[in-house]
Design a binder for this molecule. Structure first.
Ligand code: NAD
Length: 453
């Protein structure tokens, strides 16, 4: 691994990756490689957790293509020196920012969207001019192996390399002195990555998880809230970092909301055979999620099939904030419903919890919306929808507090892998005498006036 890092560092030192045409060619190559290997990727995802072709395309490939096209369209303007105004004390001068690549970066991916969440950071790293070592999650083994195959066949190792493996491999990689580590995964492992990076003062982006809440107020359209929440919760069988983890609904509309959710779930008719559901990734996660289901609180679902690793869409009611299921990220198809009486109380309760990756409000009241935005902190989210904010590359994506450090997607991704090198360029036809001896009282007066401009 150390040799691989050195090889990449040597290639980076040739400055080849900094050239606009080089970056553009690599983005085009990646796009073509993905298009040519779409069937292979879909089939690998299907073998790993029975992800359907429809979901593989919409939730993994389509968003990856979008990110490539945004990068291609904006690459020239992102790379341009960014002019900013100069201050009077530096007269006569120009000021500008050079976006330089960080160097050799490590991208560690999670298992739940193993293509999208490994390749979106890769696209940003290419656009920013870095060399990249990718470490896919070992759990979707077919997808990991397929990505390694197509990357190694189409990119030289000194530029982009895939290192497969689990904890042991990642631990070794983390000991190396990269110029950046971009990690997507759980908050627990995020802490390990942060500590390892700190030893070498390596900058990090940590894209973590958390319990993302959804609030449903009486002013919301119950039918629409149920439709969108059910879709976002059971997509990928609940194994989505920004899935609504739990719902807090006003007690006066709870029954109406529950009935609407039940109807949506029945209409969707989720199953592997219907290609609108997928398996839980492995037995450990299957056991972990089924243990979270309290049989006395099941409103709908609750049944599971260990052989198939499937858990039926499940709704739990009468859930309280101190129940076991409310202490950890569920990351599965179980939706606890809590109720509230006072809107301010629920906002206060949520504000006291760790900051989540996402939060959602279903409401048709401008006042409720404003209080939601002002009183709780979260990475990003939606009003009257769930999950879909991730599809807009204009919106920086990432967490805050326990749900992560740093944002990416579109321009934010380019900046996440760049150093903003700030340059002051001085002209030679004049030099203000103010900072030079003799240091008089009069000069000090001038400085105190000028420094404000
Ligand atoms: P994970 O933290 O278990 O694993 C992520 C990566 O870390 C994998 O590549 C794995 O090999 C590696 N890893 C695991 N244990 C390690 C250790 N002890 N030392 C070093 N490396 C180790 O996460 P996961 O189970 O793959 O993904 C689920 C979690 O990721 C959830 O919490 C979810 O919310 C979060 N997530 C966040 C985002 C986001 O964009 N913010 C996206 C997807 C998933």
């Amino acid at each position: 691994m150390e040799i691989l890092l050195k090889t990449q560092q040597a290639f980076f030192q040739t400055h080849a990756t900094k050239d606009y045409h080089f970056r553009m060619d690599q983005l085009r190559t990646l796009e073509n490689v993905l298009k040519q290997n779409e069937e292979g990727l879909k089939s690998a995802l299907n073998r790993d957790f029975r992800k359907s072709n429809f979901e593989a395309y919409t939730t993994e490939l389509a968003l990856t293509y979008k990110e490539i096209s945004v990068a291609k369209r904006n690459l020239r303007s992102w790379m341009q020196h960014q002019r900013v105004s100069s201050n009077l004390i530096n007269f006569p001068s120009k000021s500008f920012i050079v976006h330089e690549p960080l160097g050799t970066v490590l991208v560690i991916g999670p298992w739940n969207y193993p293509v999208l969440l490994l390749l979106t950071p890769l696209i940003a790293a290419i656009a920013a001019g870095n060399t990249v070592i990718l470490k896919p999650s070992e759990l979707p083994e077919h997808t990991s192996a397929f990505i390694k195959k197509i990357i190694s066949e189409n990119f030289p190792e000194e530029y982009i390399a895939v290192v497969e493996g689990g904890v042991e491999t990642t631990t070794k990689l983390l000991e190396l002195k990269f110029d950046k580590i971009f990690f997507t995964g759980s908050s627990q492992v995020g802490k390990i990555v942060y500590q390892a990076a700190a030893k070498n003062l390596v900058p990090v982006s940590l894209e973590l998880g958390g319990k993302s809440p959804a609030i449903v107020t009486p002013s919301a359209s119950m039918k629409m809230a149920a439709k969108r929440l059910v879709w976002g919760k059971f997509l990928n069988a609940g194994q989505t970092c920004i899935a609504p983890d739990f719902v807090v609904v006003h007690e006066s509309v709870e029954q109406e909301f529950l009935k609407a959710c039940q109807k949506e779930i029945e209409n969707a008719n989720y199953s592997l055979e219907n290609n609108n559901y997928c398996q839980i990734i492995n037995d450990n996660h299957f056991d972990r999620i089924t243990k979270l289901i309290d049989p006395s609180k099941i409103y709908l679902g609750g049944n599971s099939n260990k052989e198939d690793r499937t858990i039926a869409p499940t709704i739990l009611t009468s859930v309280a904030f101190d129940d076991a299921i409310m202490q950890e990220e569920i990351f599965g198809p179980v939706l606890p419903i809590l109720t509230y009486k006072e809107y301010d109380q629920v906002l206060l309760k949520l504000a006291q919890r760790p900051k989540p990756l996402a939060a959602y409000l279903f409401s048709n009241s401008a006042k409720e919306e404003e209080r939601f935005l002002n009183s709780i902190s979260f990475g990003g989210g939606a009003i009257n929808d769930v999950v879909m904010h991730i599809t807009n590359p204009e919106l920086p994506f990432g967490g805050v507090g326990l749900s992560g450090i740093g944002k990416y997607h579109g321009a934010s991704g380019f900046y996440a892998f760049s150093n903003q090198k700030s340059i002051l360029k001085k002209a030679n036809w004049l030099e203000l005498p103010l900072k030079y001896s003799p240091l008089t009282k009069q000069k000090l007066q001038w400085i105190s006036r000028i420094v404000k401009f």
